[in-house]
Design a protein around this ligand. Structure first.
Ligand code: C2E
Ligand code: CA
Ligand code: CA
Length: 395
């Protein structure tokens, strides 16, 4: 996917203290039509740095070199390159670095958690191929501004096919086998790189675009399931629905039609609804949810613990799965209150006959803990980050 109007290979610079890693990233980039250069120290990097770079791969954990310092250097130089942040161990560091880079006006095309699959690397290069060449240097004020999408931007992105599904694996806690994929929306903007759903789902909801967005993601994800089935895989996916979708009386039938039209089965599809969405209009939600369940869709209560549902409401709801909110998993090993919430959520889920999923598992210690207390499934950066369909690790 190269620039159609230019024969110049987009320049990419790679900085990593491990030479093998540099060579790997460079080889894949060269094969995909980029003009790569790599270096294993900051002095070399500063020499080779130029304003017309399309992409910069940056290892954050290098002995004697501070990745954060380099982000500051790029911010100070008004770099218009799209960053790909890489790190070996600490997912918090990746996340913090991404936020810091964005706060400094830099664009982040993706993050690679080492060790990563070649497919993940190619997927990041695909994004770099799609994004535009950097604009000429801008005045300094621009550096601190962040892209604030409007409804018009989002509408155009939906029409242009720039809003796409990513897939995060869910795992069986006991066997660590992949059991399914949660579909998470991503906006790949040619100019601004990857934009996360927290920055456009609320906009879609407030500007009347959520139905179009939901349909767009569901259609692409179901098409993908069909492709996976053609490859001999047995995909099971989870779709996130906005509370507003729970007002669409035609939803159960229209979803069933979409699924059957592709030769798929509703019992391989889980619908995730947040606990807060459920509580915002309990009786209307219950109507739609019950009709979805009657059509054999799985139903998952998402972000459990944040919505104060009552025992009675849960007992009367047709859910099949309970996902414990990641904020409680994050603190369960350090904070007694969070641990108590997680433990009692698991017990409650099991008493109601639900499968319990732990979300946001980032460390082996958290994985041990959720195993000990009886969660059947887990999801989180320790096990697998959201990725493209091509990179998804179906067994
Ligand atoms: P969610 O449904 O709770 O999805 C899980 C979020 O946690 C995802 O963020 C995922 O990338 C992130 N995550 C996964 N593992 C970890 C981990 O180990 N640690 C941490 N800190 N985070 C982890 P993402 O993709 O940014 O999505 C944010 C929210 O946006 C989702 O929360 C979901 O509520 C909403 N969303 C995403 N896609 C869609 C969509 O197609 N439709 C609707 N209505 N909402 C969507
Ligand atoms: Ca979810
Ligand atoms: Ca969740």
């Amino acid at each position: 996917m190269m620039d159609p109007d230019t024969t110049r290979r987009p320049p990419v610079l790679i900085l990593d203290d491990e030479r093998d890693m540099c060579e790997l990233v460079a080889d894949v980039g060269d094969d995909m039509g980029f003009d790569t250069q790599w270096c294993d120290n900051f002095e070399d990097f500063a020499c080779r740095y130029s304003i017309d770079l399309r992409g910069i791969f940056l290892d954050l954990a290098m002995p004697g070199m501070d990745g954060i310092e380099i982000i500051r250097f790029l911010g100070d130089n008004n770099s218009a390159a799209h960053l790909v942040l890489m790190s070996g161990h600490d997912i918090h560091l990746l996340d913090a670095a991404r936020r810091l880079a964005e706060a400094r006006g830099l664009k982040v095309a993706g993050v690679l958690h080492k060790p990563f699959e070649l497919a993940s690397l190619s997927a990041v290069y695909d994004i770099l191929a799609m994004v535009q060449s950097p604009a000429p240097p801008q005045p300094v004020e621009r550096a601190v501004q962040r892209f604030a999408p409007t409804a018009a931007h989002l509408g155009a992105a939906l029409a242009a096919g720039h809003v796409v599904p990513y897939y995060q694996p869910k795992f069986n806690v006991a066997t660590r086998q992949v059991t399914g994929a949660e579909v998470l929306a991503r906006w790949i903007d040619p100019e601004h790189g990857m934009i996360g759903p927290d920055r456009f789902i609320p906009l879609a909801e407030s500007e009347g675009l959520i139905e179009a967005l939901t349909d767009c993601i569901i259609d692409q994800a179901l098409d993908q399931c069909r492709v996976w089935r053609g490859q001999g895989k047995h995909p099971r996916i989870a779709l996130n629905l906005s509370p507003l979708s729970l007002r669409r009386l035609d939803l159960p039938d229209s979803l069933l039609r979409k699924v059957m039209a592709r030769g798929l089965f509703p019992d391989t599809i889980m619908i995730e609804i947040t606990e807060t969405a459920l509580m915002s209009d309990y009786s209307a939600s219950l109507d739609i949810l019950t009709r979805l369940r009657m059509r054999r869709f799985g139903l998952s209560i998402d972000d459990f613990g944040t919505g104060y549902s009552s025992l009675k409401q849960l007992q009367n709801s047709p859910f099949t799965e309970l996902k414990i909110d990641q904020s409680f998993i994050a603190k369960a090993l350090t904070e007694e209150g969070s641990r108590a919430i997680v433990e009692s959520s698991v017990q409650l889920g099991h008493r109601l006959g639900l499968k319990v999923v732990a979300e946001g598992v980032e460390t082996e210690e958290q994985m041990e803990f959720v195993k000990l207390i009886g969660c059947e499934e887990a999801q989180g950066f320790l096990l697998g980050c959201p990725c493209t369909a091509e990179a998804f690790p179906w067994p």
